[in-house]
Design a protein. Structure first.
Length: 185
């Protein structure tokens, strides 16, 4: 019911998906390093979405308001410092003109409806990839979300469902394959 409600709204979503079990130990050894790295990909895609949709949305100044769910052990100031470092090195594909680093906030998930919507939507994608106790995956929610997933043309995997490592390099079970067929097929 919640995912169907999301699909009836005028919104777009993007998600980054890490296959943490296969990432070699020690690659992301510093505190929050993997989270920062994955958030970088997310912000990159959000900046592209803002760029692509700006001609259709004349309200505001074109910048996105970024609000993260508060996480234990995660410092918003440290994350902002990380983003400033990225902006200074210009070693990303982030469209910095739409990103207000100083305006980034973190709130408790229960306090923000948008954070709850994001959690529901990401859960719908997760259920298509994460096997349950019996090894089953549930692709129906990902299928329902497809109309609101960010894409350019038929390219969903680089824009709306970025996977790290790339889906091309991963082995998927028969239960997970419908997700790949849906977004990469």
């Amino acid at each position: 019911m919640a995912i169907n409600g999301i699909c009836r709204r005028s919104m777009r979503m993007t998600a980054v998906i890490a296959n943490k079990p296969i990432i070699p130990e020690g690659i992301y050894g510093k505190k929050n390093q993997l989270y920062h790295y994955m958030s970088r990909y997310l912000i990159e895609r959000i900046s592209w979405l803002c760029r692509d949709l700006r001609p259709n949305v004349p309200e505001g100044d074109g910048r996105v308001k970024i609000i993260f769910a508060r996480r234990g052990g995660m410092s918003t100031d440290d994350f902002k410092t990380y983003l400033r470092l990225l902006a200074d090195t210009d070693n990303t594909q982030i469209n910095w003109s739409v990103i207000d680093i100083d305006g980034i906030e973190a709130h408790d998930q229960a306090a923000r409806f948008g954070l709850q919507l994001a959690d529901i939507a990401v859960s719908g994608l997760t259920w298509a990839l994460e096997p349950d106790f019996y090894g089953n995956c549930e692709p129906r929610f990902a299928r329902a979300l497809k109309p609101v997933i960010y894409h350019r043309g038929s390219n969903y995997m680089s824009y709306g469902t970025k996977m790290v490592p790339s889906h091309d390099t991963l082995d998927f079970s028969q239960e997970q394959q419908p997700f790949i067929d849906l977004f990469a097929g």
